[in-house]
Design a protein around this ligand. Structure first.
Ligand SMILES: Cc1ncc(COP(=O)(O)O)c(C=O)c1O
Length: 394
């Protein structure tokens, strides 16, 4: 029902629609997997962050059922009052061991992990140096902290040095970067950034949401990828992408993790991950610890897809990871491309302004170990057909 107080919202929504920025949300009637069911049709799925295909893995779903059997569903309270079960403690210990970090704490999501961590480390009078393409949850965490945010050019260590040198008025300082950038699939030069942080005595935080389970030995993340153990103060991650479940994690120095248990507001004021989520995440860590099979398949799929797309004449931007953007330029072309793919049985999302800069619209292809070779071949053939039809390749 609309009344005078909310009529402005209809205007805002109409504006979004006429600017082509309105989110039309697809509804799935199947588990998240290589193939999904939408509107009664089976579609080959290249939209999910389900890097290792764990979202519907039989061991993960069984672990969730066992979690319910032993611990029920709801956590009943926030972690600091009565919401911490032995499952939560076990998950944090396993994650700290897996990542070779001093300690780990979990949150309800990667988003809340950032909202907890940044304001716990910096506040008014402090400075944050933030990559200009950092994720929205980092941007919101920075805003909540009320520290001053100084942006540096994307992945540009010289520019980071420049902005650091310009500022002498601060109490504390923190550098924050995404590990893998979710729209371009490129990797932060964390080794060089860690050198700058050490040189200037600045705290360093990385958000490795798209690197967890993907980069490093056996998916141990970006810190492991660059061999930076002990040199990055705090690493934020998510359990909703490669781990296939939901939840957030913060790993790093024990003193920071202890502080987050005292001052991380989403830890103190919002209920914990549920028992089935937590049990499923413990199983995901076990699967990653046992074998690199899924990670090897993920990378093989991604490399094959990228190589063949480039050979056909598509521009795959700066991708270095299983995130492969197919650069198309205009948002209208990206939307038309995505629509045609959908009609042809491939689900791959168009991304345009404001998520990426104007003129940089793309189809973002998320590769997964859930895909087999036949799936990749179908995708390549469909991209080729639609690409020729729309004049993107010849
Ligand atoms: C870099 C980055 N950080 C945080 C998040 C949020 O993770 P979650 O979905 O667990 O809240 C995302 C999710 O897209 C992300 O890409």
């Amino acid at each position: 029902m609309q009344d005078g107080r909310t009529a402005w919202l209809q205007q805002e929504i109409d504006n979004l629609k006429s600017a082509g920025l309105y989110n039309h949300i697809r509804t799935l009637d199947s588990p998240m997997d290589a193939w999904v069911t939408i509107d009664g049709r089976r579609l080959l799925n290249f939209c999910a962050n389900n890097y290792l295909g764990l979202a519907n893995h039989p061991r993960i779903t069984q672990a969730a059922r066992d979690g319910i059997e032993n611990y029920g569903v709801g956590p009943g309270a926030v972690r600091s009052i009565a919401g911490t079960t032995s499952l939560h403690v076990q998950l944090e210990q396993r994650l700290a061991e897996f990542k070779n970090a001093e300690a780990c704490i979990t949150f309800q999501s990667g988003f809340t992990a950032n909202l907890a961590t940044i304001p716990a480390l910096v506040g008014p009078g402090d400075l944050i140096f933030s990559d200009e393409l950092n994720h929205a949850s980092i941007i919101d965490g920075c805003r909540l902290s009320r520290a001053e945010v100084v942006r540096y050019a994307h992945n540009d260590v010289a520019d980071l040095r420049r902005v650091i040198a310009e500022r002498t008025d601060y109490k504390r300082r923190l550098i924050i970067t995404d590990g893998v950038f979710s729209m371009d699939g490129d990797i932060a030069p964390l080794d060089k950034i860690a050198g700058v942080a050490e040189e200037h005595g600045i705290m360093l935080m990385v958000d490795d949401a798209h690197g967890e389970g993907v980069l490093g030995r056996g998916g141990r993340g970006i810190v492991d990828h660059f061999g930076l153990h002990g040199r990055v103060d705090v690493e934020v991650g998510t359990l909703s992408k490669a781990f296939g479940v939901v939840g957030g994690l913060v790993a790093g120095k024990a003193i920071i993790i202890e502080w987050l248990r005292q001052r991380g507001r989403p830890f103190l004021f919002s209920s914990a991950m549920t028992a089935p989520d937590t049990a499923a995440c413990i199983e995901a860590v076990a699967i990653l610890g046992e074998s690199t099979e899924l990670i090897d398949r993920l990378w093989a799929n991604a490399e094959l897809f990228r190589k063949e797309m480039q050979a056909m004449g598509f521009n795959t931007g700066f991708s270095q990871t299983p995130i492969v953007p197919v650069m198309l330029g205009e948002a209208s072309l990206a939307q038309q491309f995505s629509r045609r793919l959908f009609e042809e049985g491939v689900f791959a999302m168009a991304i345009g302004f404001p998520t990426v800069a104007r003129g940089k619209a793309r189809i973002r292809v998320m590769n997964s170990a859930a895909h087999n070779l036949a799936d990749i071949e179908i995708a390549l053939e469909t991209f080729s057909r639609v690409g020729r039809e729309l004049g993107v390749i010849s």
